[in-house]
Design a protein around this ligand. Structure first.
Ligand SMILES: [Zn+2]
Length: 305
């Protein structure tokens, strides 16, 4: 099925489904609104594709975001931003970066099937991935590393993640670590702040969400972009209000400081960012507000060539 895109399928009118998909939807999504799963653009000579590897709706976002502000304030901010307070949609968006020689995947979604379904829509087979980079080792980022049968999803890949991050989870001996990360240990290289992943891709310490969480700076032909991972996990309740505490953050004070530092930098540089949990396609800009920031979704800025 490689090279046979969904658009061609629709034009041909054959409705030939990709494996595990019904007319472009993942299993269990029949009858739900259609949503694109891939978005591609160029950054200098890098080709970047964001991949929606999963999305779900969860109740009570006020118990996750803004846990240090009153329910009234949470409600007021939500109303101002046209957001319901009882439910929120979560997005899980790994990023694929094609350089001259390598095909790099940043984070791997909740499970192997969702990840490979999104890759198939981008016309990529798992065995084509040469390098997997993990921002951190939470389940929604490492879930796609191994199949349900316990085999590596990406047969030809090597792996990188932060050294502090890895050591933390190894010591915890968590179930997720044992199932998804430990089997690949021999092939994992460990990153420190400022390390070069590849030419043009640099690791940045962004600790707090987890002890060794990392962001990544991309630079190609004088164009820059930051992959912020889970530095900020909602475009309003976290990015717009970076001091709001988030239940998912391991060290809430450090996470908030990191969030403010990175967002301040991205806003000042006026360069785009990709945030793993931003609304798909997860690509946008950060504008400074009086006491926080504003998420400005990208439109056509990166598709003018
Ligand atoms: Zn996450």
């Amino acid at each position: 099925m490689q090279g046979f895109t969904r658009r061609q399928a629709l034009i041909a009118g054959t409705a030939a489904p990709l494996a595990g998909m019904i007319g472009g939807m993942a299993k269990g999504e029949e009858g739900r609104p259609a949503m694109a799963r891939t978005s591609r653009f160029k950054l200098g000579s890098m080709e970047i594709t964001t991949l929606l590897a999963g999305t779900d709706v969860r109740p009570d976002p006020g118990k996750i975001f803004g846990t240090n502000v009153s329910p009234e304030e949470f409600k007021q901010v939500s109303i101002e931003n046209f957001l319901p307070v009882d439910r929120a949609r979560f997005y899980y968006t790994p990023t694929l970066v094609r350089t001259g020689e390598e095909l790099v995947l940043f984070d791997t979604g909740l499970d192997a099937e969702s990840m490979t379904t999104a890759l198939a829509e981008a016309g990529v087979r798992p065995d084509e991935i040469t390098l997997i980079v993990l921002t951190h080792l939470h389940r929604d980022h490492v879930g796609g590393l191994m199949t349900d049968a316990g085999a590596p999803t990406f047969a030809n890949a090597r792996y990188m993640t932060g050294a502090i991050e890895h050591n933390h989870w190894q010591q915890q001996d968590s179930e997720v670590y044992r199932a998804k990360v430990a089997p690949l240990l021999e092939k994992i290289e460990f990153l420190e702040d400022g390390d070069e992943v590849l030419s043009g891709i640099t690791a940045l310490a962004a600790f707090g969400h987890t002890p060794g969480h990392m962001a990544f700076h991309l630079d190609s032909d004088d164009q820059q972009l930051t992959l912020t991972g889970d530095t900020t996990n909602h475009y309003v309740w976290s990015l717009a209000y970076p001091e709001w505490e988030v239940a998912f953050d391991f060290d809430k004070v450090e996470a908030s400081k990191t969030r403010q530092r990175l967002l301040q930098q991205i806003a000042a540089e006026r360069t785009p960012m990709i945030g793993y949990h931003m609304p798909f396609p997860a690509l946008g800009y950060v504008a400074q507000r009086e006491d926080g920031y504003q998420w400005v979704p990208a439109s056509y800025q990166l598709s003018l060539d």
